[in-house]
Design a protein around this ligand. Structure first.
Ligand code: C5P
Length: 395
């Protein structure tokens, strides 16, 4: 894509050259613009070197060379990314002021405008700033972040207002150009393993990484869905726009899912819920005793079967990992757990399943009909699952 990266005057402008590099590495063509305030934080030369072209700024804009540079740039661009976006840049754009390069570009016909705000928590949360954000959203502008984290000012407590990292911006970009066919839909995703504690420091679990569930959440967000992600312990960073709830045990996961199930349109249950939990959880760490130890275990509740009677409009999708008689067992599970379909996968295939970036699934219906899909990335599988769930929802 042809992208204009425009920096306004915040300390996060120091990250703009890195953003330009990352976008170019991802195959985009980048030109750069900056307000005069941005030059308090980053030099024109740093931006020009990163972009490999002239910076569009107040000086080049008003050069007497007979060109309307903002219009030429706007015609070239597929999107404008304002990063960092300050409260002032948002206000100027919301008022269509055109008295600096960013607000002028915003009203020059660029098809997509993306804001990456960076500011102090109090400023971001101020009602007038939020009013400007809403005004811009109403006319189709997109926002990436801000997120909670450490802020620039020395001694300032962490809070919402931190700009996304350049890598996160690059990763989120494709989602802004996807078909928004899940807009208005609420997708509920469970992910990762559960931990069933024996005592405060020991638990039963499994090697689920959460990758399939996080990919589901990302895919649904990219298609405009509201996403709730209920996740067991995972080393992954949840997508910024998902409503993420972290849980540990199967019982916690059940409660969290119950809380969101009624309002969801599609439930995708990728979590590897532990089947057993300790009958008695010790409140103190248990000392080692003897050479053998016997654990008394009881079944965890089957979450899908518990949600089944509460179902109204929801499409329900599960996952099944089998080593033998896959389709037969998966169809039986789909039927018992009240699923529209189940995604059968095998733990034994190299490069797929637990922890891998790829997966190979067979989609199995409760009546035993099955469709084997090719091995592909978990993200690509997530989109196919959403296609199928949406088709059922609309049928
Ligand atoms: O019976 P099995 O564990 O193989 O079923 C797998 C499917 O059921 C997955 O979608 C999993 O998330 C879900 N499950 C559940 N509650 C459990 C165990 C598994 O909802 N206690």
């Amino acid at each position: 894509m042809n992208l204009i990266v425009a920096a306004s005057g915040g300390v996060a402008a120091l990250k703009t050259p890195t953003l330009i590099r990352r976008l170019e590495e991802a195959g985009h063509k980048v030109r750069v613009a900056a307000t005069e305030a941005a030059f308090h934080f980053i030099t024109p030369l740093s931006l020009a070197v990163a972009a490999g072209s002239e910076v569009f700024d107040q000086a080049s804009w008003f050069k007497a060379d007979g060109q309307a540079k903002h219009i030429d740039l706007a015609r070239w661009a597929d999107a404008l990314i304002v990063s960092p976006a300050t409260a002032d840049a948002l206000a100027s754009a919301a008022q269509a002021r055109a008295d600096d390069v960013i607000s002028a570009l915003c009203i020059s016909g660029i098809p997509k405008i993306i804001w990456v705000p960076a500011m102090n928590t109090a400023m971001w949360q101020h009602p007038l700033v939020q009013k400007n954000v809403e005004t811009l959203k109403t006319i189709g502008h997109a926002f990436l972040g801000p997120v909670s984290g450490n802020l620039a000012a020395k001694g300032e407590a962490a809070g919402i207002g931190r700009m996304l990292e350049p890598e996160e911006i690059v990763a989120a970009l494709p989602s802004l150009f996807k078909s928004q066919d899940l807009s208005g839909k609420h997708v509920l995703v469970s992910a990762g393993p559960t931990r069933e504690y024996l005592d405060p420091v020991r638990f039963i679990s499994n090697p689920s990484s959460g990758k399939m569930g996080y990919a589901m959440a990302e895919a649904a967000l990219a298609r405009g869905a509201k996403v709730t992600l209920i996740t067991g312990p995972s080393a992954l960073t949840p997508p910024v726009s998902a409503n993420t709830q972290k849980v540990e045990t199967a019982l916690d996961m059940l409660e969290a899912l119950k809380g969101s199930f009624a309002s969801c349109d599609i439930l995708v249950m990728t979590a590897a819920v532990a089947d057993w939990r300790a009958k008695h959880v010790a409140t103190e760490k248990q000392p080692k005793m003897g050479e053998e130890q016997t654990l008394e275990l009881i079944r965890t509740p089957d979450i899908l079967s518990t949600l089944k009677p509460l179902r109204s409009k929801q499409i329900m999708v599960g996952f099944a990992m089998e080593t033998d008689k896959g389709v037969e067992r998966a169809a039986d599970k789909a039927s018992r757990k009240g699923l529209d379909f189940i995604c059968l996968n095998y733990p034994t295939q190299e490069g797929t399943s637990f922890g891998g970036d790829d997966n190979q699934i067979t989609v199995v219906k409760p009546n035993g009909d099955s469709e084997k899909l090719a091995r592909m990335s978990k993200r690509a599988i997530a989109d196919i699952i959403l296609d199928k769930a949406l088709a059922l929802k609309q049928s």
